[in-house]
Design a protein around this ligand. Sequence first.
Ligand SMILES: Cc1cc2nc3c(=O)[nH]c(=O)nc-3n(C[C@H](O)[C@H](O)[C@H](O)COP(=O)(O)O)c2cc1C
Length: 178
Amino acid sequence: MSKTALPLSEVYRLLEPGPVVLLTTLWEGRSNVMTMSWHSMMEFEPPLVGCVISDRNHSFGLLRMSNECAINIPTVQMADKVVACGNSSGANLDKFVAFHLTPEPARQISAPLIAECYASLECRVADTGMVERYCLFVLEVIAAWIDPAVRNPQTIHHLGRGKFMVAGETITLQSNMP
Ligand SMILES: Cc1cc2nc3c(=O)[nH]c(=O)nc-3n(C[C@H](O)[C@H](O)[C@H](O)COP(=O)(O)O)c2cc1C
């Protein structure tokens, strides 16, 4: 292969994890939704997820105060709403109303789940040690919900500059990972 230099500012486009998710929060009776793609699994059980949530986002303060959130996983059918939630601030907008998202009560946290998403993870903040420096929250998933009717969820994966990859074919290979 013949490779050329890639500007360092473009590196994130190669390593973007997926899927793009919708993070829901609630504090003092006001809920919010934020689009997020910078997340990573950190432990199998209890499931730990590292999430970078910018302190310029309204969601940062809500998560800081409540220490709870939900990670909701949308499919490509909701792509327009996902982009809309990532380009607007909950500081002056009720995104549930504006983008026709249906809040559902969670079992163990106060923040709502999103009915239109095929899976939702209820999370508590487990570690804030790297929040100040990197805006990195370590979340513990304490309850998880999935729609079993959705067989091959077409999740979307951010490639930067308005491009997304849609999850496609699933293949089975030998692996030591569970
Ligand atoms: C595809 C996509 C992925 C994004 N991923 C993140 C992310 O991982 N972390 C983050 O802080 N902001 C991310 N954003 C930006 C926030 O979603 C955006 O700033 C949003 O307006 C914040 O909403 P809020 O102010 O209501 O919390 C992403 C936006 C898009 C469109």
